[in-house]
Design a protein around this ligand. Structure first.
Ligand code: SF4
Length: 450
């Protein structure tokens, strides 16, 4: 996690924060806490969500983001593979799924997936991002065969695959769901042995039972989603977390979602710190846990990046990134709803940066935010805009084609225009150095990867 230390000491010093004309006085206590590196409470989060002064909120999120990452903004070269759109569920917000014999239903063979992986590796990708529907008839072997075959054909591609919902589905179809947490661990162990490198953050939606029952009943609930990620972290796999907002949830429910993620990250990093003999700084706890608050975003944080578990050097995984995802109503059962506005998207991302003080990274996922909006977001809390992608079938922005792709040049230009220094990263946020188009190495590492 060296990138977190990229900010120079002067950039980490609390800068003066002059109030602007028209600044909301209700934000003053929150500003004071952020300047001092004190954890924000749920009530502070509500103030951030309700204040009309979005500009001050964005400036605060930018301050925190610069403490962690200075002028660095990350991108990667990746390829998405959606192995099947056949799904046993029918979530109301989802325009992706099909039933088995419905027009447009598909499933990729392992050979097709390997061909994609090989092409991606030859084009210089460092990551394959694999997710799909909950296919009722594919066997567990299909998933492990897929991972092994990719690993063999493209050994240097990091495989980030399967949302928590898919992992529970795999536990069910392999007969291990009765064992719940132990079953999840067993499934993840098998997948890791076959080549799984990390978990994406999808399927989290909004952690709230009312929203769950109304919009995605049948999908796993928050406790199960969190258990899957806890199990992954226990096995040394890093993961991300998403939040799909802007549909039938309230802002307070978004905040609840963030609080649950923060509590779980406290427990994970707290256990790791205790094992390392690191004493946490005195901070209020999250409220829902006895774990000490692990604040990474203060001016002199007690857990600088270099002391986070290093990939491959520790048995502990953790949440790397929060990815707020705006809801797109087109073609879904909820298409009568308006999509969230640009201002709401900016605010939600800024609040995520401020509340999730123990998440090293915040991603402005350009595919769903648009590249233009992602530029703004780099200036209000995001430090990552995801990658070149090539193919994204889960959400079609504005009904656009499923083929969504951008070039490294466009990503770099977008980052530079926003005032930041583009740094290519691998999936674990280690900076990448290109030897040539398809040959690369992790900067901190001496081995060259092709
Ligand atoms: S969101 Fe996922 S689980 Fe729900 S219907 Fe779509 S593919 Fe299936």
């Amino acid at each position: 996690m060296t990138p977190v230390l990229d900010a120079s000491p002067s950039e980490k010093t609390a800068a003066p924060f002059p109030a602007l004309a028209g600044a909301d006085p209700a934000l003053a206590p929150v500003v004071d806490k952020v300047l001092a590196g004190i954890r924000l409470t749920r009530d502070d989060g509500l103030v951030l969500f309700e204040s009309p002064d979005v500009w001050t909120i964005c400036r605060l999120a930018d301050l925190v983001r610069r403490r962690l990452h200075g002028d660095v903004a990350y991108y990667n070269i990746n390829r998405h593979v959606n192995y099947s759109n056949v799904c046993a569920l029918s979530c109301k917000f989802c325009a992706f799924f099909r039933k088995k014999d419905e027009d447009g239903a598909y499933e990729m063979s392992v050979d097709d997936i390997v061909a994609d992986a090989t092409r991606a590796a030859a084009a210089g990708a460092t990551e394959l991002h694999i997710v799909g529907g909950l296919h009722p008839w594919l066997k567990f072997d299909y998933y492990t065969d897929m991972l092994r075959a990719i690993r063999e054909a493209a050994p240097n591609l990091h495989i980030k695959a399967f949302t928590a919902v898919e992992i529970v589905h795999l536990a069910r179809l392999s007969g291990r769901w009765k064992q719940r947490y132990e079953g999840i661990l067993a499934v993840l162990r098998d997948l890791k042995d076959a080549g799984l490198g990390s978990l994406p953050g999808g399927g989290a939606e909004v952690f709230d039972d009312r929203v769950h029952d109304e919009a995605y009943k049948g999908k796993i609930r928050s406790d199960e989603w969190l258990d899957v990620h806890r199990a992954a972290h226990e096995l040394g796999l890093n993961s991300n977390a998403t939040m799909l907002y802007g549909h039938i949830e309230q802002r307070a429910e978004r905040l609840h979602h963030m609080m649950l993620l923060r509590e779980q990250q406290d427990r994970t990093l707290g256990a790791w710190a205790a094992a390392q003999g690191i004493t946490p700084q005195a901070q209020p706890t999250s409220g829902g846990t006895d774990a000490p608050a692990i604040v990474l975003t203060g001016p002199d944080e007690a857990y600088p990046g270099a002391r986070l578990p290093m990939p491959g050097a520790s048995a502990t995984g953790y949440f790397q990134t929060i990815i707020p995802l705006p809801f797109f109503p087109d073609d879904s059962e909820l298409e009568a709803l308006p999509a969230p506005t640009g201002l709401e998207n900016l605010r939600t991302l800024a609040v995520a940066r401020l509340m999730l003080d123990n998440f090293p990274h915040v991603k402005a996922f350009w595919i769903m935010q648009t590249l233009e909006m992602a530029q703004f977001m780099l200036q209000n809390g995001a430090d990552d805009i995801d990658g070149t992608v090539v193919w994204y079938d889960i959400t079609k922005v504005g009904g656009a084609s499923t083929h969504q792709e951008t070039t490294v040049w466009d990503l770099q230009r977008a980052i530079r225009e926003a005032g930041f220094r583009p740094v290519e990263r691998d999936t674990l946020y280690r900076p990448i150095e290109r030897v040539d188009g398809s040959t690369w190495r992790v900067v901190a590492d001496s081995s060259v990867t092709a």
